[in-house]
Design a protein around this ligand. Sequence first.
Ligand code: URP
Ligand code: ZN
Ligand code: ZN
Length: 474
Amino acid sequence: MTYKIIKNGCIVTPTHQYNADILIKGEKIKAIGDNLERNRPGVEMVDATGLYVLPGAVDEHTHMSMPSPGTHSMPWETETVAAAVGGTTTIVDFAIQEKGQTLLEAIHTWQTKAHNNTAIDYSLHVAITDLNDAVIDEIPLAVKKGVSTFKLFMAYKDDKMVDDATLYRVLKKSKEVGGLVMVHAENGDVISVLQNEYMESGKTEPIYHAVTRPIEIEAEATRRAIALAKITEAPIFVVHVSGEESAEEIRKARLNGQAVYGETCPHYLFLDESYLQLPDFEGAKYVCSPPLRDKYHQETLWKAINAGTLQAIGTDHCSFNYHEQKYRGINDFTKIPNGGNGIENWVQMLYSFGVKKGKISFEQLVELISANPAKFMGLYPQKGTITIGSDADIVLFDPDIKQTIKAETQLQASDYNFYEGFDIEGSPRHVFLRGELIVKDRKYIGNLQQGRFIKAEPYGAAYDSITTDDRGVI
Ligand code: URP
Ligand code: ZN
Ligand code: ZN
């Protein structure tokens, strides 16, 4: 068994910052305190002077190698290496049920894609796209297999979209076994009509992606999903909340005592609708759903984070190339694959333009990208926290690193970067995955056999009513 001590760093938790050393035994955090090297000759010392010590980020929202009509998003092997260098040690990816497939087959397909192909640990949600009685009966089986979060797309008609009956039935069944339903809340039926109207009148450019998905489309679906969750008394988690009106639906429901949770993504905080109007079809790079909104919404999202309406941030990393893939929609915005990238830079972006700009505290950042995602997704306290007994997934964060984000120097496989040209300040320097150093001085030194499937426990949403600091004090 190997021992390591991370010395002289400042540990950041969701509630406070403190100076202490960390003893790692094998894969786990064994002790936190001072003078831990006493009576431990030969222990490997890691000097963290001047560095912050954070739990590895848990990105609850990724799409690795996801089918999108006619193509696939970027694969595990490149994107998880980029994630590691960016300070993420666990992702929760969406296994997508193909039509006619069982849930267990979908989970197996995703585990096969990830096997020996992931630089970091992963857990899974399963997206139900084709419901029948047998699939309903599989929900408890999926939970037993360690997949306890179920995603339903209310958009993407004729592809992944489900109807309200499916939403109702899945909410009801998953509640029985401690599952958590995650919804992509947009009214797919109306989007489809709007898309046809715009295309027929010759409006084919990327900006019409946003025009045909106004915030009301998202707010209405959010309200509907919350109403169905209320009838079934099930908790519900609304992913990628992009603006004020949707956040407001969540706020109202929570005020009424309903178990409704929400996530936003860095691109809604830092990018806006104007990017879709870039010339020469460059706007296609920024086509994602829900779409980027008017800049006004950015402030309202920060407010919703600070009010506790939105409790988590995930990247929704679903990365495509601009040239071969986004170009599919050169004459038709509805054919542009939906999604963008961000897993390499999200921690840097949120620190630079969230913490350093005073939008959130450093402690909040740790809560939003590590502790809360791990809780909701049933991975806490194994993941998302620096606590005795937790996996030693640790980021040594250097607040003095400066960098301009550029696609040409990134590890993400795409030919562009969502955050091209942003000047960040503060970056992960070293990263440990279960006690192993996988990123040293910002260089990936691990291997793709290191990432492991982590079983999620059910009832993750029950953490909402419990405030725990990272030393286990309630
Ligand atoms: O545009 C997006 N968000 N693509 C990924 C799939 C999804 O809807 O989350
Ligand atoms: Zn979605
Ligand atoms: Zn997504």
